[in-house]
Design a protein around this ligand. Structure first.
Ligand code: SF4
Length: 372
């Protein structure tokens, strides 16, 4: 489990009245003072007034790996809680990970707690789906707590990202009779559909109902058991948004993240991870038109970077990761100035036992995807 190790004497309240310019200057001054002792990570969905201070930008796994390759003693993760945990798991033992605002969680990751997952496994064992003649592997998306990654490590399972879900499903579907996938039902369903698994063989496990709301027979027949979780950002895109943008913008190509519902993915032209979305737009010819179904900050930055292309957000309303938005320039400067003063605030630390088993699941992911 994570713990906050130290509290602060520099109060966050003192930063709330500063002007944007002053905050920006003080962030840069603190960075200069700390030099290579600190690396600031900015997730692709982070707000622009924060990400402009990042040393490295990327997706959560990529950032954790890159940070572990630096000599920085302090990793300041401008992202959400599970990302900071992953950085602590993958980082060097000497590195300390800081999340500038502890309120920056992930609503999807929070939809699967370790107690619920262990209860699910126990129920599946009681009805003979786990531990009987069929083999079942738990697979978790990177967007999950360290405790759930560790659960997968202990039970022959693995972690996947939206970039490598397809090759890992390929391996696991051949090796095991069934998979229990959490916490994002949509990534699980969209990936299962790529292997031709019919929808009625992909049942949903609702952690608030007995047997997840399924019959024993349905669970025995299922190829995939999908946790009832979703991303509050990608879940906002609907299939009618695709119809509407095609009617409004002739020639538009629709590009979405696989955390979107299957109805949206099926109507799109392309779907893939955040890196896939960025590469597709970066490499598209001038004059092409795109409607993108992912977080609004990323879509806005892509539009700014490519004025020669017509780039729309797939939905007209704001699709922002509200929890990631909790990381503000104020919380960033607060964390950095505390470091300058020799205090580590908001450290995210995964306990050694959880770290050990979560590392097993992550190393399994790395070794299986490197072989393919
Ligand atoms: S965009 Fe969705 S999955 Fe990503 S951190 Fe925000 S809530 Fe979680």
């Amino acid at each position: 489990m994570s713990a906050v190790l130290e509290t602060t004497e520099l109060k966050i309240e003192n930063y709330l009245t500063l002007s944007d310019e002053e905050i920006s200057m003080r962030i840069e001054a603190a960075r200069h003072e700390l030099g290579e002792d600190v690396v600031i990570l900015g997730h692709h969905y982070q707000r622009t007034d924060v990400v402009k201070h990042a040393d490295l930008t990327g997706d959560s796994y990529q950032l954790s790996v890159l940070a572990s390759q630096t000599n920085a003693d302090f990793i300041v993760f401008c992202g959400v809680h599970f990302m900071a945990e992953s950085a602590d798991i993958l980082g060097k033992p000497s590195q300390k990970v800081i999340l500038p605002d502890l309120g920056a969680g992930c609503s999807m990751a929070d939809m699967a707690t370790i107690d619920q997952v262990e209860d699910c496994w126990e129920q599946l064992t009681e009805v003979g789906v786990v531990g009987g003649e069929t083999s079942v592997a738990p697979i978790t998306y990177m967007n999950s707590s360290a405790a759930i990654k560790a659960f997968c490590g202990r039970n022959e399972g693995v972690v996947c990202t939206s970039s490598n879900a397809v090759p890992l499903f390929d391996i696991y579907l051949k090796k095991f009779d069934k998979m229990l996938f959490f916490p994002d039902q949509h990534l699980g369903r969209n990936t299962g559909a790529k292997f031709g698994i019919p929808l009625d063989k992909m049942v949903v496990w609702n952690p608030h109902l007995d047997l997840g709301g399924n019959t024993e027979e349905e669970l025995r027949d299922a190829k995939l058991i999908l946790w009832k979780g979703h991303c509050s950002v990608h879940g906002r895109f609907k299939d009618w948004h695709v119809d509407k943008i095609r009617a409004d913008v002739p020639g538009v190509q629709v590009l979405v993240h696989p955390e979107c519902m299957i109805e949206v993915v099926e109507k799109s032209d392309f779907n893939g991870s955040t890196s896939f979305i960025i590469n597709t737009v970066d490499n598209a010819p001038s004059g092409t038109k795109w409607a993108i179904g992912t977080e609004v900050n990323l879509v806005n930055r892509l539009a700014e970077r490519h004025p020669d292309k017509e780039i729309h957000l797939l939905a007209p309303d704001l699709c922002m990761c509200a929890t990631m938005y909790r990381i503000s320039p104020q919380s960033l400067v607060w964390a950095l100035e505390n470091l300058v003063a020799g205090r580590v605030v908001n450290q995210i630390k995964v306990d050694e036992e959880t770290k050990k088993w979560a590392s097993v699941a992550l190393e399994r992911m790395i070794s299986l995807t490197e072989k393919n």
